[in-house]
Design a protein around this ligand. Structure first.
Ligand code: GZL
Length: 336
């Protein structure tokens, strides 16, 4: 009788756990976080390499994956948090290959620098599924499918809302942009989408696009610098809520107001609960949703692959925009 790869892995994993005494402990940088150490064979072994835990959004994304790839649902999950370092993701993917997992799921921190390790996964015959962030087109033959958001569309949504908000204003509108992690597809898409709308308006002036790595600390630091450099900022476009939280702190410290009736119009992305509460208060003018709940869709894709059914090269999650007028309906149900 052919021993399914998964049964071998179960033995390997148990042996690994015994040898390294990992047991139930939470992994550290580059280590593999093990979930239930018992693999009764016949389950689907999924290795997940997550970018890190840099934002509220990221934690919600991780939770949606961990809630679906459970033993009860027929999975053995090996979850690794790369602490926002590409080399940790490469290390984790190599671990998954050596364990001969059934599927590798990963959110690539940046769009490039994956040739070698993805070729190794392909040579090992392990399907790679991208979640959240994307890769450059040259990698198309090295992954099976992608589940995530339309980042370019999110940037366009922000621009089109601002168009509507500014109406037929003809005076110059001075804007600054806080950008997410360098090389991240979400940053690239949001930046380009908003720029393409801005190009249509000769009175829109993007004073500076500053790198703030999707974190609150960098958001505050960069906004402090921008406020000192540009005394007349009219609009802040901040590419995730965590950076927005930091920026709002800097703006308040500079004695300026934001939001509805404020000096600085604030556009944010992600739409986590804490930010939606600020939208409801009129402190943030617009929040463009980026849906982190991708676990269900990922499991759906794996089920289709298990049944040898056709799958698309990309699956987009649903998302919307939130303004003070209509956010109230959604806040109470927000789980993150
Ligand atoms: C978007 C995701 C981004 C979020 C940030 O899909 O890649 O990374 O917008 C997170 O909060 O850090």
């Amino acid at each position: 009788m052919k021993i399914r790869r998964r049964n071998i892995i179960g033995l390997l994993l148990s042996l690994m756990l015994l040898l390294c005494g990992c047991g139930e402990e939470q992994g550290t940088t580059g280590a593999i976080d093990h979930k239930t150490p018992v693999n009764d064979g016949g389950t689907i072994v999924v290795g997940v390499s997550q970018v890190g835990s840099e934002s509220v959004w990221r934690s919600a994304n991780s939770k949606s994956v961990q809630e679906v790839f459970t033993k009860e649902n027929g999975y053995y999950l090996i979850f690794d948090n790369a602490r926002q370092k590409q080399e940790n993701q490469v290390k984790a993917i190599r671990n998954f290959i050596s364990l001969q997992v059934d599927y590798i799921v990963f959110s690539p921190i940046t769009e490039d620098g994956w040739e070698t390790v993805l070729k190794e996964a392909k040579d090992a015959g392990i399907p790679v599924i991208l979640m959240d962030r994307k890769l450059e087109n040259k990698y198309d033959g090295l992954y099976t499918t992608w589940v995530g958001s339309d980042f370019y569309g999110e940037g366009v949504k922000a621009g089109r809302w601002l168009e509507d908000y500014l109406g037929d204003k003809t005076e110059q509108v001075n804007m600054v942009v806080l950008k997410g992690t360098k090389g991240a597809s979400s940053m690239i898409g949001r930046t380009k989408g908003f720029q393409d709308v801005a190009k249509e308006h000769s009175n829109w002036k993007i004073l500076e696009e500053a790198d703030a790595d999707y974190t609150t600390a960098k958001g505050e630091e960069e906004m402090e610098r921008l406020l000192k450099t540009y005394p007349d900022i009219d609009v802040l476009v901040s590419q995730n809520d965590d950076m927005t939280f930091g920026a709002l702190k800097a703006i308040s410290a500079a004695g300026k107001s934001t939001g509805v009736g404020g000096e600085i119009t604030v556009i944010s992305f992600d739409a986590v609960k804490r930010a939606l509460e600020l939208v409801e208060k009129g402190v943030i003018n617009l929040d463009v949703e980026c849906n982190p709940n991708q676990g269900e869709k990922l499991a759906e894709v794996i089920t289709r692959l298990e049944k040898k059914q056709n799958i698309e090269k990309a699956y987009y999650v649903d998302e919307m925009i939130f303004t003070p007028e209509k956010v109230g309906l959604y806040i109470k149900d927000r789980t993150y």
